[in-house]
Design a protein around this ligand. Structure first.
Ligand code: ADP
Ligand code: ASP
Ligand code: MG
Length: 446
């Protein structure tokens, strides 16, 4: 039996944190494959290097901060000198890449920069395992995680992943606990790619699927999935078990605890997922699975910030057919993914996510101009999407009053309900987002 574990940035932030994770693995002999994030703080530094034009001095200060994060871990290990040589090697490549990026500003070099964090943390973590007599081995995930060349949000080739895992990875699991990198891959040109911020959860789920694992554990800094983000509502509490469908809605609609795509491979291959805290492994966590015992009407609330609302309006839409097809053709051409939709007689409102960490406006001037060939276009920013997640929400009376009566002082900019039994979503101004979540959480869960 094989289980896959993923440790997030705070779980591999320093030596003590890494040691706790290593002990979790030691206590679970079936956990043979481990994906790690970069040590906390490193990816944010790398984002600065890849997106900002910096002076040589600023650049070297950032690289030194990264070196210090890693050296503070390696200084606890007997193999300190050897690991520091590896870290220094990666950081000297990083210096070259960052210097190029200052003038180039390409997504491709950006990804090569972002991938450096996971390359260092995985090397170090494999050695931490060895210090407690676990046979850790660092494996370059780019040997199996082949992707297209959509830098920043690369799409993984599932067939190659599965076949490469059989030949390259599975044989190693017989004698080792393999430690590999979350978040990164490699395209057909041999260039490094990334799967998007927070993508290590997704990498781990894909690896679990490709290796026919019986379970996936996502170890993070909270004791499971909470009824809402505990940073927004202090009364939020952990959910012991939740269905794939509900958890997927939460991840999609902004609960940062899981990357939105994480549950796709898990659902597809029916792999139960556990979410828990590497700081308190004994405290339990959340089990995500196909069938759950309780299916409450209200399960959780998620908040997604920085939403863009585009309203397209055309009298030609009245009683006409094909208008929406034309709008969607333009959006598809620009690879834009629509989240929520509402329509009225002659207008359609659509929302778009601004993925965390992205620096470009999701709706570019080009998109607006092309849409304007068809209709009037209005673009609004500064909105928050609130998602109430639960069961049979499209067959529950009193939903409107339970939700909206409690936030009657807030302007609801758009509502989406009915397509899924698992959620009701609405948009509010960003100044109201946290307050709405806190108020609704207290009314629906306390
Ligand atoms: P990691 O680095 O381990 O991937 P993340 O920071 O990406 O961790 O995700 C964990 C964080 O997600 C928690 O610290 C918490 O603040 C946030 N979070 C948002 N929504 C929820 C939720 N519903 N339940 C638990 N945590 C949540
Ligand atoms: N290190 C990457 C990030 O911070 C990927 C991850 O941690 O999931 O986004
Ligand atoms: Mg995360």
């Amino acid at each position: 039996m094989l289980n896959v574990a993923k440790f997030g940035g705070t779980s591999v932030a320093d030596y003590e944190a890494m040691l706790r994770c290593a002990n979790i693995i030691k206590s679970q002999p079936q956990t043979k494959l481990v994906a790690v994030s970069a040590s906390a703080g490193v990816t944010n530094h790398l984002v600065t290097l890849s997106t900002k034009v910096l002076s040589a001095q600023e650049q070297s200060e950032i690289i030194e901060s990264i070196r210090q994060i890693q050296y503070n871990i390696t200084k606890h290990l007997d193999c300190e000198a050897e690991l520091n040589t590896i870290v220094d090697g990666i950081l000297s490549q990083l210096t070259e890449l960052a210097t190029q990026q200052n003038t180039l500003q390409t997504a491709k070099t950006g990804d090569a920069i972002l991938a450096c964090g996971e390359q260092m943390s995985s090397q170090i973590f494999a050695r931490v395992l060895q210090t407690i007599d676990v046979n850790g081995l660092c494996f370059d995930v780019r040997r199996v995680m082949k992707t297209n060349s959509l830098y920043g949000k690369a799409v993984v080739d599932l067939e190659q992943l599965s076949s490469q895992c059989q030949t390259e990875l599975l044989p190693l699991l017989e004698e080792h606990v393999v430690v590999t990198q979350g978040f990164i891959g490699q395209d057909g040109l041999g260039c490094t790619t990334t799967l998007g911020r927070g993508g290590s959860d997704y990498s781990a789920a894909l690896l679990a699927e490709a290796t026919n694992a019986s379970g996936l554990a996502i170890w993070t800094d909270v004791v499971g999935i909470f009824t809402t983000d505990p940073r927004i509502a202090s009364s939020a509490r952990a959910i012991p078990e939740i269905s794939f469908g509900e958890a997927a809605e939460m991840a999609t609609f902004g609960a940062k605890i899981l990357h939105p795509a994480t549950l796709i491979p898990a659902m597809r291959s029916d792999i139960p997922v556990f979410v828990g805290s590497s700081r308190e492994p004994e405290a339990g966590g959340t089990q995500i699975m196909q069938q759950v015992k309780s299916k409450p009407t209200y399960r959780a609330i998620a908040l997604r910030r920085e939403q863009t609302l585009v309203t397209v309006k055309s009298p030609a839409m009245l009683h006409a057919s094909g208008f929406l097809a034309q709008v969607f053709t333009i959006l598809a051409k620009h690879e834009l993914s629509v989240d929520l939709i509402t329509t009225s007689e002659i207008s359609v409102a659509l929302t778009f996510d601004n993925p965390t960490g992205s620096t470009q406006a999701v709706i570019t001037q080009n998109v607006v101009e092309e849409l304007e060939q068809l209709c009037e276009v209005t673009v609004e920013h500064g909105l928050n999407l609130v998602a109430v997640v639960g069961n049979k929400l499209n067959a529950t009376t009193g939903l409107g009053s339970n939700i909206f009566d409690n936030i009657s002082d807030v302007n609801i900019r758009m509502i989406c309900h009915g397509a899924s039994s698992n959620n009701l979503c609405f948009l509010v101004d960003e100044k109201d987002g946290d307050k709405v979540v806190e108020t609704l959480h207290d009314k629906l869960f306390i």
